[in-house]
Design a protein around this ligand. Structure first.
Ligand code: DQA
Length: 140
């Protein structure tokens, strides 16, 4: 079983970035623990701050045989028609993940160009949201 975690802009700063919102753990540390906890799942990981690179990864995903993509597009969630179109244009299911509860935050974060094309949305559970997204594998 193979899964892609795709993280967008500023998520490389997890652990340092606004820890009161996103927590104090780095994504590398979290990912290491997650891989150790779920050894039966091959978890591939890609992060980019560049919109087009995220789109390229989405396009490539269909050829890689991922069961699901756990996608945190960061602020592009709320702004990028192109990323929404890319999610709509592939057949691999996408789960939209947000570390914070975006609905509890500023109004501009209440808009998502991804949700409409996603298999599901997880928001507000901290980094645990990525692990929760893995449960999609048992209901699909
Ligand atoms: C985020 C929420 C977005 O609004 C924000 O721009 C991020 C992170 C989250 O994981 O909570 O960069 O996607």
């Amino acid at each position: 079983m193979k899964v892609l975690i795709l993280n967008g802009p500023n998520l490389n700063l997890l652990g340092k970035r606004e820890p009161e919102v996103y927590g104090a753990e780095s994504f590398d540390d979290y990912l290491k623990a997650l891989r150790a906890k779920l050894p039966h799942i091959t978890i591939e990981y890609y992060q980019s701050n560049v919109e087009g690179e995220l789109i390229n990864q989405l396009h490539k995903a269909d050829d890689h045989g991922y069961e699901v993509i756990l996608f945190n597009a960061g602020a592009y969630t709320h702004t990028s028609v192109a990323i929404g179109d890319a999610v709509a244009g592939i057949t691999t299911p996408v789960i939209e993940v947000h570390i914070s509860n975006v609905m509890k935050r500023e109004e501009f974060r209440h808009v998502s160009y991804i949700s409409k094309h996603a298999a599901g949305v997880i928001s507000g559970f901290g980094l645990l949201g990525y692990e929760l997204g893995m449960h999609y594998l048992s209901i699909r």
